[in-house]
Design a binder for this molecule. Structure first.
Ligand code: DAK
Length: 263
């Protein structure tokens, strides 16, 4: 692959978008390679992903403006679909995905971050949806996911003005969960991913699915989704080991890592 690297550290997979000359802007090749990388993740051995950008200046500076500038309506639609398909694959990926946002997250960069489960960023991160200044709407889900993440009023303000915001404001409005000094970001992401990957993987996956699917329906239907995914955890090795360790009241054993199973 030319633009994506994948590194496995224990149960954590680290995907890096590596096109620093263009501040990791998303062209068709990056999207295609990201798609293939997700397809190749070994889910029997990976419990959490981290998505980040190469270099210390930019996470993703948006969709590639050079590539987009000459698109016809039909090509624009196809490009939008490609991006949306990959972003949706990230959003619905069976295991959690943490965006470690190490700089600019503009346009498609902010949108790909919002397709991840959890966002943390470095103190030099900058977020924005500048598309209206380029004569287009956000095309990779920004109009939908930003409103769902930070609320309708704030999303409309960001999108209509195209104004960028810094990391502290992103934290204040709930766009990111935490801000770290640049040099500490990846360690923080790995620690968070490692904490998640020590929990029962079937339960974690089912939590992701319950939250995502439940948000698409009314509360009565959402509770049914939760009931089914809750029930699905029973009779698994994880459930027996997790509850067994608690009931044994064996402090030593409780401190040990439970040998949770992957599905
Ligand atoms: N695309 C292509 N190249 C980019 C880029 C981008 N988005 N952002 C930066 N680069 C390239 C620059 O052209 C420059 O290349 P060289 O000139 O060195 O060859 C290199 O990265 C370094 O950038 P700068 O020299 O500009 O660096 P600065 O530090 O001065 O400024 C910046 C950094 C991030 C503030 C600035 O580069 C910038 O404003 N970049 C554009 C940010 C932006 O507007 N992003 C949003 C793109 S629009 C759709 C699907 C998707 C989308 C829309 C519709 N459908 C088809 C439905 C999504 C749209 C977007 O994401």
């Amino acid at each position: 692959m030319e633009f994506i690297t994948f590194e496995q550290q224990d149960f954590v997979g680290i995907i890096t978008i590596n096109r620093p000359k263009a501040l990791n802007a998303l062209n068709s090749s990056v999207l295609e390679e990201l798609d293939q990388t997700l397809d190749q993740v070994d889910l029997s051995n990976t419990r959490c992903l981290i998505l980040t950008g190469a270099g210390d200046k930019s996470f993703v500076a948006g969709a590639d403006i050079g590539e987009m500038s000459t698109l016809t309506k039909a090509e624009g639609e196809a490009f939008g679909k490609k991006g949306n398909d990959v972003f949706r694959k990230l959003e619905t990926f069976p295991i959690p995905v943490i965006a470690a946002i190490n700089g600019f997250a503009l346009g498609g960069g902010c949108e790909i971050a919002m397709s991840c489960d959890i966002r943390i960023c470095s103190d030099n991160a900058v977020f924005g949806q500048p598309e209206v200044g380029l004569g287009i709407t956000p095309g990779f889900g920004g109009t939908q996911r930003l409103a769902r993440t930070v609320g309708v009023g704030m999303a409309k303000q960001m999108i209509y003005t195209g104004r960028n915001i810094k990391s502290d404001e992103a934290f204040r409005i709930g766009l990111v969960n935490a801000v770290y000094p640049q040099e500490e970001l990846m360690d923080a992401a790995k620690k968070l991913a490692s904490t998640i990957s020590m929990n029962a993987p079937i339960a974690v996956r089912n939590c992701k699915k319950a939250i995502n699917d439940g948000l698409q329906v009314d509360m009565d239907a959402a509770i049914v989704i939760e009931e089914k995914l809750f029930g699905d955890c029973f009779e698994t090795e994880d459930q027996k080991a997790g509850m067994g360790n608690f009931l044994e009241k064996d402090k030593e054993k409780k401190l040990k890592v439970v040998p949770f199973q992957n599905k």
